[in-house]
Design a protein around this ligand. Structure first.
Ligand SMILES: [Zn+2]
Ligand SMILES: [Zn+2]
Length: 349
């Protein structure tokens, strides 16, 4: 019998394992079988690997193959799959909606309350083959590098953060956190017409260099100094119109309000392990707003795919490492110690 390798979360404890597992069963009704060509390693995967608090809900799904940022080719289709076709390159929306809750029944699947994430609660893309609902496939132009197509999921998070901040022509935008999400935020803020985009990191040399290669020369590292000190040259022109946070570090929230203009908007899209402390009197007097931003609506996906296809040579810079599945654990180590930008696993390599 054919056996494949898969990178799995096996126990509710730190660690991941590359294991030999049976391939998925033939696709059932409404499902398709994907030959996975490229799967990105994301901060969420690293948290699941390290077993940081907040993922206990995964335990009943284990052992489960991780990987929620992926692209591949449809190699088999079940019945009732609609418009999707065998042979097409697709990227996968990882959030599988239930179809039964009041929101789903009303046709508003963006508001589904019973989601099961591919690569979290059901098998994902760190394997050569995976079965997914046909409705979660988003078409990608033929010939686009699958590793670039695999950037779609994190880039939709970036696009949603920029939309939430209502970045418009001429805005001066500060991005906190130079990882993939922050890189995407910088790109979409620029596309939205920002006149200046400054990106701040913390002991983030390689990721800030990636931003420089993406065309953003205004980068600062706050290591050993305060945010306001690091940004001093930029603050001479005034405080920022929009600040978008993608660090997940609660301690950055108050300092970021201090570099935000009156009536400015702070968007939070990092996942924070602890509550943040905010000077609300100052927030009130400055008429500032704090807005949360998370998963993008379905409509954002095709817009992001089009952006990636149009800027393929530029966004290729976001991918710092490509590793075969057999070296996925080494890839996780690169992602964990911040020496990489995006590490992409190639399950067919
Ligand atoms: Zn992710
Ligand atoms: Zn639902």
């Amino acid at each position: 019998m054919f056996i494949m390798q898969a990178l799995q979360k096996v126990h509710a404890a730190p660690g991941l394992e590359v294991r030999e597992v049976p391939p998925p069963a033939r696709p059932g009704s409404g499902e398709v079988l994907i030959r996975v060509d490229a799967t990105g390693i994301c901060g969420t995967d690293v948290h699941i690997a390290e077993w940081t608090p907040g993922y206990e809900f995964m335990a009943p799904a284990m052992p489960v193959t991780l990987g929620h940022e992926f692209a591949g080719t449809i190699v088999e289709v079940g019945s009732d799959v609609g418009a999707v076709e065998k042979g097409s390159l697709v990227t996968i929306r990882p959030s599988v909606v239930c179809g039964r809750c009041p929101a789903c029944k009303a046709g508003d699947t963006d508001a589904c309350t019973n989601r099961r994430g591919i690569g979290v609660m059901r098998n994902g893309g760190f394997a050569p083959l995976v079965c997914v609902p046909a409705g979660n496939c988003v078409p990608v132009p033929a010939g686009l590098d699958p590793a670039i197509a695999a950037l779609t999921e994190p880039m939709t998070v970036s696009a949603e953060a920029v939309d939430t901040g209502e970045v418009r022509d001429g805005d001066r935008v500060l991005v906190l956190g130079p990882g993939t999400i922050g890189q995407g935020i910088a790109l979409f803020a620029k596309a939205a017409g920002a006149s200046e985009v400054v990106v701040a990191g913390h002991n983030d040399g390689p990721r800030l260099e990636t931003l420089n290669r993406l065309g953003f020369e205004n980068t600062v590292d706050t290591f050993g100094r305060t945010l306001a000190d690091a940004l001093a040259p930029y603050l001479e022109a005034g405080k920022f119109d929009v600040v978008i946070e993608a660090t997940g570090v609660p301690a950055v929230v108050q300092p970021s309000l201090e570099v935000l203009r009156k009536r400015g908007v702070l968007v939070i899209c990092g996942i924070h392990p602890k509550p943040a402390s905010v000077n609300l009197t100052q927030l009130v007097r400055e008429h500032q707003q704090i807005r949360g931003s998370y998963r993008a609506p379905i409509a954002t996906w095709s817009r992001v795919v089009a952006y990636l296809a149009q800027h393929a040579e530029q966004v290729r810079e976001m991918i710092s490492h490509r590793v075969p599945l057999s070296e996925a654990l080494a890839g996780f180590e690169l992602a964990r110690n911040k020496s990489a930008s995006k590490v992409v696993v190639l399950p067919q390599a």
